[in-house]
Design a binder for this molecule. Structure first.
Ligand code: UD1
Length: 416
């Protein structure tokens, strides 16, 4: 349990380089099991979910060592195919190991993670994808079992563009005999990144970034080096922090196109945005204006992970900003906490309306999930006085030294 103590009212100034992407490194770590070789990953952020994944790999028999942002993995020996409850529980997306274990070991057993702070997170699409490759699946006693007597390539139709199910299907298809075609695939940049890594590992595949991905075969490469892409949601966090607190900030080391669905609404709110190669600058000198309706959608739409962050930016914007959450059923919990700061946030089912107030006042609040927690820290930066964000550990799942990043920009923030 930690408390983020934020003294608000200081505009942010300066530049930051963005960390490696959590949602890109997790599927890459799982995919490492596909090869019986050695892999060196760079720009690997130090995050709770990443360390949990490395621990899972060690339990499965691999060696995994970290030196700074470099992680070296040796996956020549995979001696287990089960992920026990205490590890699966630590990282909600442990299901991402399913396809890789099935491809490498012909079986997988994972403890199902419990209920989630964002609403139910079913795994039916993951299972349907494995079944499309000839695997058998079963859920019993809180565990997910999958086995196959050799995976066979085929068509994998995804009913919804699930990011995790697309990644699992891509990885499992690398272990299948014959070609596979994934239809209805998610198109997030992290999927394109995973395709790049799988190709480096020896996959013959294309289509990532469109709704149809084809995997033709896999000839494992024994030594692979790979750099993890920058984190677009961490970048969005800094941009929204500046929008909430005011100031002039340059975010470096990111792909501007990946945050376009966040910079566009910020610009419409009156922030001044300027993009160049690998950088985005935001300037907010005066009160922003609301009035937009932001509807979460799969990429390239407005990302659900940025919804709480943009909400923080809208708390003081003049007028009413409306958020419609289409991806997760329970993702407005930060709204009630923001109200403790004096914000006017009204939630009705999947819709939240934010009427901008002139000032926010610091108060104690509770982080109930990762991005919601970050949004409260941002809101605290835009509030007068002290905001204490009590955090059972959610923020460290996805941000590397967020306190230092924001302090370097002039924020008054400390963790106790
Ligand atoms: C990933 C991201 C997460 C982001 C989310 C949506 C990672 C590690 N996490 O999560 O940060 O918020 O994408 O952009 O990359 N669904 C089903 N059945 C399934 C799987 C998903 O119905 O088997 C539903 C989910 O409940 C949700 C929607 O599909 O409504 C999208 O979820 P999905 O894209 O799978 O999210 P994750 O991959 O878990």
């Amino acid at each position: 349990m930690s408390i983020w103590r934020v003294q608000g009212g200081y505009p942010l100034e300066g530049s930051v380089t963005i960390q490696g992407a959590k949602n890109a490194v997790l599927p890459v770590l799982a995919a490492c099991i596909l090869t019986d070789g050695e892999i060196e990953l760079t720009n690997v952020p130090v995050l709770r979910d990443v360390e949990a994944s490395l621990e899972i790999l060690r339990r499965l028999g691999c060696t995994a060592e970290r030196q700074g942002d470099v992680v070296t993995l040796d996956c020549r020996q995979v001696t287990g195919s089960a992920i026990p409850g205490e590890l699966a529980g630590q990282m909600r997306s442990s299901v991402i190991f399913l396809g890789a274990l099935l491809a490498r070991c012909g079986q997988a057993r994972l403890a199902l993670p419990g209920g989630c702070a964002l609403g139910p997170r079913p795994v039916d699409l993951h299972l349907a994808a494995m079944e499309a490759l000839g695997a058998h699946t079963q859920i019993a006693d809180g565990e997910l079992l999958c086995w196959a007597d050799g995976l066979a390539g085929g068509v994998i139709p995804l009913e919804k563009p699930s990011v995790g199910a697309t990644e699992n299907a891509m990885i499992a298809a690398c272990g299948a005999k014959g070609a596979s075609v994934i239809t209805g695939a998610a198109q997030e940049p992290e999927i394109v990144h995973l395709q790049g890594f799988l190709r480096a590992l020896g996959a013959d595949m294309d289509g990532a970034g469109t709704s149809v991905i084809t995997v033709r075969g896999f000839k494992p490469v024994r030594r692979v080096g790979w750099r993890i892409m920058p984190d677009r949601i961490a970048a969005a966090t800094v941009l929204c922090a500046c929008a909430c607190a005011g100031g002039d900030v340059e975010v470096r080391g990111l792909e501007p196109a990946h945050v376009a669905a966040v910079t566009r609404p910020l610009e419409d709110m009156g922030a001044r945005l300027e993009s160049g190669t690998g950088r985005v600058r935001i300037r907010c000198a005066r009160r922003l204006r609301g009035g937009q309706t932001l509807i979460t959608a799969p990429y390239p739409g407005f990302p659900t992970d940025a919804q709480p962050l943009l909400m923080a930016a809208a708390l003081k914007a003049e007028g009413v900003t409306t958020f419609v959450e289409t991806i997760f059923s329970d993702r407005f919990r930060q709204g009630a906490e923001m109200a403790r700061l004096g914000a006017d946030v009204r939630v009705a089912g999947r819709v939240a309306s934010v009427t901008g107030v002139e000032r926010l006042c610091g108060a104690p609040v509770l982080a109930e999930d990762l991005r919601g927690g970050a949004s409260l820290i941002i809101a605290g930066l835009g509030a007068e006085g002290q905001t204490d964000v009590t955090d059972p550990g959610h923020v460290a799942r996805g941000y590397e030294r967020l306190d230092e990043t924001l302090s370097a920009l002039g924020a008054h923030i400390a963790i106790t």
